[in-house]
Design a protein around this ligand. Sequence first.
Ligand code: MN
Ligand code: MN
Length: 317
Amino acid sequence: MHEVLAPSPERVPVAMGRVRLFDHALGAYLGLALGDALGATVEFMTAREIAHHHGVHRDITGGGWLRLKAGQVTDDTTMCLALGGALLRGAREGRPFDAGLMAEAFATWWRAKPVDCGNTCRRGIVRYLSDGSLLAPPNEGDGGNGALMRNLPVALATLGRPQALRSVSIAQAHITHNHPLSDAATVAFGQMLHVLLTHPEPQHALPACQAMAQDLVAACPQFSYEPYPGRATAYVVDTVQTVLHHFFAATDFESAVVGAVNQGDDADTTGALVGMLAGARFGAQALPKRWLNKLDRSVRLAVTEQTSALLALALAP
Ligand code: MN
Ligand code: MN
């Protein structure tokens, strides 16, 4: 089993407490899985179609274009689990943050015939399998959200280590997506997770997170999300705008996720990312019980175990 979390005052402030850290990190990971499971039902529908068929879509029912069972998750969650597994394996084998292990984990995930795989992810994995390269060539068409959606385990494993967050995020991203806007969003969301999880004064975490979103928009004005343009496609700009708009507009976990997925389009991914941020903000205790009860049990167990193991890695001396 996983080692007990050890305090490491120089890296993660102990003031916020390890119980709170675990609850909020678990909230982020389970929140991602719940948003994925909720949103997959309405992926690729328009907001109008959702309103016509569901009114407001707010219950985990499965179905959708992937014909999922209620509580089943898709690539958003399972690629996170694959990447997290690679980070843990690297630590065990004395190869910390080895991008080769990450690529191998994506390939293993892909060979197991996942229910869904984005085009850019597939192209990157096929390239790795054919030539062993860990770096997708820069490509204007690689501005999808596939690297962003799977970066949560990197943020957990690098808590308290901002340089490692940046370098490992970009290394995992570039296996499939080599695009400056994907890079910027992937690193920025990781930084937001860090501040939501480890701010020494939790009541100031949200304003600090908001300041980071403003920094992202200042660096890349394409991401400007107020006024909200209303597009929720898999283009990383549309995804970031939808996620930030609904995350900052909501005052509770459920309404944040429901708001994002009812925009439709890449609803499982926007739902996953809002669920991740809102879960980090409110903690696992605040997740809707009726959603947790629906979530695939093996996913719930894998997410819980991996959260614990990645935090142990981050807090290890
Ligand atoms: Mn998906
Ligand atoms: Mn998706």
